[in-house]
Each structure stands twice: as structure tokens, then as C-alpha cells.
Design a protein around this ligand. Sequence first.
Ligand code: AMP
Ligand code: ZN
Length: 468
Amino acid sequence: MSLKLFNTLSRSVQDFNPLDPAGKSVDLYCCGPTVYDFAHIGNFRTFVFADLVRRYLEFKGYAVRHVMNITDVEDKIIQRVRENKTTLREYTGKFEAAFFEDFQALSCLRPHDTPRATEYIADIIALVEKLVARGIAYRAADGSVYFSIEKYQGCGCRYGQLLKLNFDEMRPGERVSSDEYEKESVADFALWKARVPDDGEVAWPSPWGEGRPGWHVECSAMSMKILGESFDLHLGGEDLIFPHHEDEIAQSEGATGKPFVKHWVHGAHLLVEGKKMSKRLGNYYTLRDLLGKGFSGREIRHLLLTAHYRESFNFTLGGLQGARAALARLDECADKLKEIAGTTTATAEPELIQKVAAALDEDLNMSRAWGEIFEWVREKNKLLLPDNKLSPEQAAASLGAINKILALLGLEKAGAEEIPAELTALLEQRQAARKAKDFKRSDAIRDELKAKGWVIEDTPKGPKLKKL
Ligand code: AMP
Ligand code: ZN
């Protein structure tokens, strides 16, 4: 079955077909974090969504090239560097490292490339030069370079592909120098910003004088440099539709004359009491805040993956408790299946996998996928309780199915990795030694296991091995 995704360009759900004539590889770009502070879990809703898109494409057999940039120079960062009397690299380095720690704690797969804007200044300048040469961008008196929407439209290109704009209300000729603005104030936007005293040391030489890039042009330059002038998928949160993504299209198509991105997919916001979780409103939690409250990365990831990606939902600590309970139900069922399967192996049963794939093919309908998963758990529990009716082979096949789904969603149970047979044998020897009251030998085995990175946990059902 084929994957359907909502495309913001056509405002409709479309079949996803990659540009690759062989239909095998997919190039995906997701706007990455602005490393001026710790990311909040609203930001991570978007990154977990991008991770799901990548994992599902890989699950369907595509060879995915996933790029996520690091915005390490823009207005907010420069302000923080100035306030903290530090250097750009030192300041952004700290938050970039924290971002990747959090990213990993949420089991997001590392993108294949994570370009930093400051390492692509030459490519950014080359792109701006191309726009100037084509007459679409112009240098202002202060040495800044602006993108001319009028000239761009004059070349037969369309500004307003992702969003309907009313040009009668626009003020042609006016300029906007900050990176963030509302659609009501649409105007020529800055590609290159001339150095001002507040920029401190943050400046690079350019044909127009010293300065720094605007935020929007960073993404056009990095994505096209790595993935080519036209690529398959561009993701981000819905707040990026305008102006960031509209401007990315204008800059890229204005420079190349080719369609920039085939599918634009935007994730809805994580809200708090009906309002977008944001730094500006102060209504946010960082991942660290929640880990500090005793929640795990896995529970937070589960919560962020509960709703359909195009539906916003309110974050609450109660919701996180709900995620904990849901995972516990899943784990309990998987543990029982594991107990019955013992060492028996079997091919994963296909039904659950097919049902979840059918839900995800329909514009990544996670809420439907969860419905299928928990219906399956209910059915299995009926077979498992109060008296088990499953054979070890059946249990192994069911376990294979749920493990495959958990791996697809990046929700594998921590420490659930297969325990090597040699270690299980050691554990059995330790039990035998204890039974024979040979405590020296049982302690020696315990130490050996520890040296291999495993601890023995005594449970009511007997000893179990757990990864250190
Ligand atoms: P930033 O670091 O501000 O550039 O944002 C990184 C990503 O987080 C972007 O794709 C934003 O669209 C996304 N984002 C920001 N706030 C939220 C939110 N409350 N819910 C979901 N995504 C968000
Ligand atoms: Zn971007």
C-alpha cells in the first residue's frame, strides 16, 4: 500500500511518491533547532514527528537521507551572546550539545547530516549572489541585501504558495529586517544583514560588506547544498509555514528556477491550556524538567506520539501519567507473551503490523494506529488471562509483532534487548550454585556478569538480568 501525506502546497492529502525515478530513495529536510536555549517539549513534538516520518519511510523500504540543520546564528542568538558576554560558538555549542542529549533521550534517530549555518556561510553568500545576479535581490544603502517580492513575482514565480496572501493589502517597497513577522506585514525580507554594533563579533565578510545571513536563507542554502535543488520532503512545525518556509521557497525557486520541494508536511503545535507552548509565553517544559519529575524519555515520546500530527493537543502532567499507564499495559502484555514464549522463536504474526501500517499509510494516522494496538492488547489479554491459551509458538509470533511495532515507533522498552545466550547460561549456573549453597561461586558469577555490564535483579518470579 502506498503512503498518503497531507501536502501544505496543495492543501490536500496526496500519494507520496519520491522524485527518485526508481522510487527507492527519499530526501528529507526538517528545520532544526535554534540553539539559543534548551528546546522545550513543544519543539520536540515536531522533532519526534520528523523521526516518525523517517522511521516509517524506512519501514516501508525507502533509503532515507535525513537532514536537520542547526540554526546557530540568528537574531535571538546574537542577543543572548551579547547579554551573556560570550562568544557565538561557546554559547551555541552548549545548547547544541544539550539538544542532542535530549534528542537521544527521546529515541530520535540521529539525522544523517546536521549542518550548522555558520559552516555554510560561503554557500549562503553564493545563493544571495545568485539572487542579486537574477535581479530578485538588491543591496540596500546600509549594506543589507533584501529579497524583492515584486521582482520575484515579475519573473513568473509565485509568492504565497503555502499560504494565501492578499497582495492588495501589502505595502510594496517596504522592508522587514527581523526574521519573524506576521503575514500582514509581508514585505521585502532580509537575506543578508549588514553588521551593526549590537552584533558584536558576529560578522562575516561578503561582497556587500560585513554582516550575517538572515534565518530563512540559511535553510535554503543548506538544504539545496546537501540534498540538491529539488528534493522530496520538507518538514517543520506549522508556525514555520509563514514566513520561514514561504521565504525558503522564494529564495530557492528564485535562484534555480526549479521546484524546490515536492511535499511540505507540517506538524501541529503542542499546546498548554489552548495556547501554543512557547518560550515567549513562558508556558513550557523542557525535557529536563520532566525527567526531573521522574518521567522517562520513552513516556514523553509516547505522549508526543499519541495524537495525529495535524491535530494540536494540550500537554498536561496528567496526560503524561496516561502515557505511563498505556506503556505499562503494553509492557505487561509483552512480558507475559515473553514468559510463555520462553526460548521459542517464531515469525512475527502479520495482522497487527498490517493494521498499524494501514493506519500510518493514511497520512500517518497515529491515533488510529494506537486504537489498533490497544485493541490487539485487549484480544491478547483475553487469551492470556486468567488461564493462558497460547502455545509458546503463538506467544513468540505475537511478541515478534508487538516488538516490531514498538521498534517502528521508537518505543522499545529500555533494557529489553535480547540477552545473549551465554549470559542466560551464566545466570542459570549462578542459580545452581546458590541452590548448592556455593556462595563463593555464585558471587563470582554475579561479578562476572557485572563486568559484562549486566546486573541480577531478584524478582518474585525469580532472578532476571538487567543491563547496567
Ligand atoms: P525553533 O528552535 O524555535 O526554530 O523551533 C524548532 C521547531 O519546533 C520548529 O519546527 C517549530 O515549528 C517547532 N515548534 C515550536 N513550538 C512548537 C510547539 N508548541 N509545538 C510543536 N512544535 C513547535
Ligand atoms: Zn528552516
